[in-house]
Design a protein around this ligand. Structure first.
Ligand code: NAD
Length: 505
């Protein structure tokens, strides 16, 4: 536990005061944690709040909490800064530093922040009348991004009871992981378990659903649940009404298998293909540049592996940033497509890598786009960047075998120094870069995809007509079209465009 932590947040004076009380009550969750001494200095004036609270626990651990105005942000909204300073270790007779939750974990989003997040995620609520999800128990494996909050609120509006919810935290390092977690647990009162305890969490959820006599809907992003159930707990399959899958890697894990239940593929839908790839690519490149502020990219070589939906967008963005871009895809159709767009290409990825000597390598394949055969030919310094779930894009264990030194560099990533002296810096430790200490794409850009996930859930919950078993992409496309989602999205944003055109006319 660090001695000093700071979190900035957006709040009214009343919300700032409530936040301070929330931090204190969260720090004193049980009688055993009650501090021996507490002294407060609190005051409000001119519509702002300031407070300092000093807590001393038996054994000597001391904590000074403060909340004070931190000026306005770029949108002229009042910001506050919460600070927690810990002093000493205690003498071992009371609680220790490590027993306190991280500060941000005690800070759900304020009402002002939540309202702002809601404004950008607004496509689904009116599409399905009544409460079509009331009879279901729901497992969410969705990123801990701020857009998760309106998604789960909308699920409640569609009838889901918070007691029937389990969220699996993928344990990525998002910008607001801790605060999203605090909001889910403390404000929404739902169960959150981590990826490292996945199997136990699934067992717990299936048992809960059985007790509450509800069928299970799985809203997944990356194939976390179904492969585990198929392989290790097939007895639970009957209790699952269906799975909604949001991303390609989740589809890849099960597409070759005979599925005994319906899987609604948002991942392969026209809707997702239309809106998401550019946003992911843009966020991935932006975050890469933000992690390397001193690096010069213009005029230098880059390589993109996998010229699919995301890879194609990344290749375009890098070219627009004046990089010389080489592209490899194992599918000849995609390779020809890259060639026809003027990228440097080759049928052999190792030859292309050795020839172009890229400073920046983006992997957009899904798994093992670079293996020891390619790592062997690297004798220059470069950055490897992934857009794929978890750390599967590059064969990092094979890279480690070729390295004489492997150094974790904190937030930046891991540096592998090869025996020839070349330094290969794997940004974000090989995890998808658009999520690494970031919020990925703007919430408005993901609205339609998250709404599609809930449309999928509502369609799977409907008895008539039943959604086909297996992965029927056309049935998912038809259901998304019929839901009216695209119409309402188009009306919403076209309406806004027309309004701004009217202002400038
Ligand atoms: N980070 C995010 O927010 C995010 C969002 C969506 C998808 N993804 C992930 O990003 C990756 C790419 O997604 P996509 O939608 O572009 O998928 P896609 O299927 O459109 O593209 C993948 C491309 O890789 C090619 N390919 C397959 N094996 C290859 C190999 N060994 N070498 C070279 N090329 C190979 C395929 O031919 C295809 O063109 C997937 O892992 C997906 O799950 C990430």
């Amino acid at each position: 536990m660090p001695l000093s932590e700071t979190v900035e947040f957006y709040a009214t004076a009343e919300e700032a005061e409530r936040t301070l009380e929330g931090i204190i009550s969260g720090s004193i969750a049980t009688e055993a944690r009650r501090p021996a001494e507490r002294s407060d200095v609190l005051w409000s004036r001119g519509g702002t709040f300031e407070g300092v609270v000093d807590l001393v626990w038996p054994g000597g651990l001391r904590c000074v909490l403060s909340i004070a105005p931190a000026g306005e942000d770029s949108a002229a909204r009042p910001h506050y800064r919460a600070t927690r300073q810990l002093c000493g270790l205690g003498d071992g007779s009371g609680i220790g530093r490590g027993e306190l939750e991280p500060l941000a974990r005690l800070m759900p989003f304020t009402d002002s922040e939540a309202e702002e997040i809601r404004q950008d995620i607004r496509s689904v609520p009116n599409l399905f009348p009544g409460q079509p999800l009331a009879e279901y128990s729901v497992l969410f494996t969705i990123h801990h991004l701020s857009d998760f909050l309106p998604l789960i609120e909308t699920a409640f509006a569609l009838g889901v009871d918070p007691r029937d919810v389990m969220v699996i935290d993928k344990e990525y390092r998002y910008l607001h992981s801790e605060r999203v977690d605090a909001h889910l647990r403390r404000t929404q009162q739902v169960r959150v378990r981590t990826y490292s305890e996945l199997e136990a969490a699934l067992t717990e959820h299936f048992e809960l659903a059985r007790r509450r006599r509800k069928r299970v809907l799985v809203l997944d992003d990356g194939g976390y649940v179904l492969p585990v159930v198929l392989d290790r707990m097939p007895e639970a399959l009957d209790s699952i009404a269906g799975v909604v899958e949001q991303t390609t890697s989740g589809i890849r894990k099960v597409e070759h298998r005979r599925l005994p239940l319906p899987l609604f593929s948002v991942a392969q839908s026209h809707v997702k293909a239309t809106v998401e790839a550019y946003g992911v690519a843009d966020a991935a490149v932006r975050n890469t540049l933000a992690l390397l502020p001193q690096e010069k990219f213009e005029g230098r070589p880059a390589m993109v592996l996998g010229y699919g939906r995301i890879g194609e967008e990344i290749a375009n963005i890098l070219r627009n940033r004046r990089m010389r871009v080489a592209v490899y895809d194992s599918d000849i159709v995609r390779l020809v497509s890259a060639h026809e767009r003027g990228f440097s290409t080759d049928r052999n990825p190792t030859a292309l890598l050795g020839r172009s000597r890229p400073l920046l390598v983006f992997g957009c394949v899904g798994a093992d786009s670079l293996r020891s055969e390619q790592f062997h030919c690297i004798d220059w310094d470069c950055y490897l960047v992934s857009t794929t779930s978890r750390d599967r894009e590059f064969a990092l264990s094979e890279l480690a075998e070729l390295a004489m030194e492997v150094e974790p560099l904190g937030k930046l990533g891991t540096r592998y120094t090869l025996v020839n002296g070349a330094k290969v810096l794997v940004l974000g430790h090989g995890m998808p870069i658009n999520f690494h200490y970031a919020e990925s794409l703007p919430n408005r850009s993901i609205d339609l995809v998250l709404a599609s996930v809930l449309v999928g859930a509502c369609v799977l919950a409907r008895d008539e007509p039943p959604f086909p078993v297996g992965i029927d992409v056309e049935a998912a496309n038809a259901a998304l079209r019929e839901s009216g989602l695209l119409d309402s999205y188009y009306d919403l944003w076209r309406g806004e465009t027309l309004a701004s055109e009217a202002i400038t006319a």
